[in-house]
Design a protein around this ligand. Structure first.
Ligand SMILES: Nc1ncnc2c1ncn2[C@@H]1O[C@H](COP(=O)(O)OP(=O)(O)OP(=O)(O)O)[C@@H](O)[C@H]1O
Ligand SMILES: [Mg+2]
Length: 458
């Protein structure tokens, strides 16, 4: 029936009926001698009845064909679903039997294909969702065609991000847009390290490559968060720069004073002793830096001669107090010892003692004459809390988060004047963390600082 609908089909049948009767009538009119009116009416009636019967038969056939075609259409539409009910078996030799048989034969293959595609898509979704790297695909208009949860997380957007969202709505960094634009324009893959503000200024190593998308060219980008590596690399660079700087200052002084002595100052009885004393002070400083660095590297690498042991906190703190006593007396800063509970902890006794010497030394050094340093140790469930507090100069709040970094000093000039290298607190932090403890600092500028060390009991 082709594209003919039912109403059109019947209009056509009626038209053919009327045309056929008109043609029959005209033929009868042309006969000579002309048939009597009765015969003519009878012939026309038989013709009309025959034509009406033929039309009825055609209608029945058409109805049957349409019903079966509808069945086939529903079957084909339902093919992707495994539950599609097959059409009734066609009678052999039927017009549609070939097509129906072919469809029935192809159905299991189509089901298999659809199933394997579905499984493949689910597997791909699971892999992409589980990736730590962000995956982003955009089209020529810079609209997101696909992205995974890691990408949404890294740009601070709520997942899932629907397809078609303009990339500009998610990430505004021009460097990323430039990179993707270039990949689209050249068709060449590219790789860059970029800092994305949308991702809280995290650093990413981004690999972008062209891809043939369903709607033309597109770009696929993989974003690997390298913020941690970048931070470590910066710390390493700063460390090397700091070490070089710290070594250069005393070395330059030693070299300068020794050259002055050799150039004739040796003969000046007033100066030579002074110059040699300066050289000695700088040599001691160099030695302090070297030994602090050695301690740090031992702590970091875990290569440490001594074996950890049970040590009594009270003994450790008393030993540390007696080490700094003379310094405290010299600076006029009294040491006040609060209640010290005797708790046993597990670690390196000498290292722990050194850590508290460092904390007490700071509390005395960065203090005023007449100020005060307090030390106490309080038993806690499962551990001990040791507090070193002072009424000293305090630490500005913007410096507080950085004081445990290697070589970090709030006031470089003052710290250097009192012989500090800026490694003391980083050693303390390492020692405490190696014992599975924690250290924190609170301070008020001009009022004093409090360092709290929590250690687990042995
Ligand atoms: N109790 C404190 N009061 C005020 N500032 C402090 C105190 N403790 C530490 N700081 C600040 O923190 C910085 C780092 O301390 P840290 O002990 O690491 O270095 P340092 O004392 O300068 O040198 P080092 O301990 O290696 O001899 C100090 O330079 C100082 O600016
Ligand atoms: Mg110190």
């Amino acid at each position: 029936m082709g594209a003919l609908s039912f109403p059109r089909f019947y209009a056509l049948v009626v038209l053919i009926l009327v045309a056929s009767l008109a043609a029959l009538d005209r033929c009868l009119t042309g006969f000579s001698p002309a048939p009597s009116p009765g015969l003519r009416a009878a012939i026309l009636a038989v013709g009309a009845a025959t034509l009406a019967m033929l039309a009825g038969l055609a209608w029945l056939y058409h109805r049957r064909l349409s019903t079966r075609l509808e069945g086939l259409r529903q079957f084909v539409e339902g093919l992707p679903q495994a539950a599609a009910s097959p059409p009734a078996a066609p009678p052999a030799g039927d017009d549609l039997s070939g097509l129906t048989q072919a469809l029935l034969g192809a159905a299991p293959r189509i089901h298999g294909l659809v199933e394997s595609l579905r499984r493949e898509a689910a597997r791909r979704e699971a892999i992409l969702a589980g990736m730590v790297e962000g995956v982003l695909a955009i089209d020529r208009e810079f609209k997101v065609t696909f992205c995974n949860a890691a990408f949404a997380r890294s740009v601070g957007a709520a997942a899932p991000i629907p397809g078609g969202v303009p990339l500009l709505k998610l990430v505004r960094d021009p460097a990323l847009h430039d990179m993707l634009r270039q990949v689209l324009a050249t068709g060449q893959a590219d790789s860059r390290c970029l800092q994305l503000s949308a991702a809280g200024d995290h650093w990413f190593e981004i690999q972008a490559a062209p891809m043939d998308g369903p709607s033309g060219d597109s770009v696929l980008a993989v974003l690997h968060d390298i913020t941690r590596q970048e931070r470590l690399e910066r710390v390493r660079r700063d460390f090397v720069a700091n070490v070089s700087h710290e070594l250069r200052t005393p070395l330059a002084a030693i070299r300068g004073y020794s050259e002055t002595l050799l150039a004739g100052a040796l003969e000046e009885p007033d100066n030579r002793r002074l110059f040699v004393e300066v050289i000695q002070a700088h040599a001691i400083r160099l030695n302090n830096i070297a030994s602090d660095l050695l301690v740090l590297s031992e702590l970091e690498s875990g290569v440490d001669g001594a074996q950890p042991q049970r040590c009594a906190v009270r003994e450790v703190l008393q030993a540390a107090l007696s080490t700094v006593e003379s310094e405290a007396a010299l600076r006029g800063v009294p040491l006040v010892c609060g209640p010290i509970d005797d708790v046993k902890v597990f670690g390196h006794r000498l290292r722990l003692e050194q850590a508290f010497v460092n904390l007490l030394d700071n509390a005395i050094k960065f203090n005023h004459p007449g100020g005060e340093v307090r030390l106490s140790a309080q038993r806690l469930p499962g551990g001990v809390r040791i507090v070193v507090s002072d009424t000293g100069i305090g630490i500005p709040s913007e410096d507080l988060p950085r004081i445990f970094e290697r070589f970090y000093r709030v006031d470089k000039a003052r710290s250097r004047a009192v012989g500090g290298t800026g490694l003391g607190l980083s050693i303390v932090k390492h020692v405490v963390e190696q014992m599975h403890g924690a250290i924190s600092a609170e301070s008020q500028l001009g009022k004093g600082s409090t360092f709290t060390v929590d250690l687990p009991a042995a």
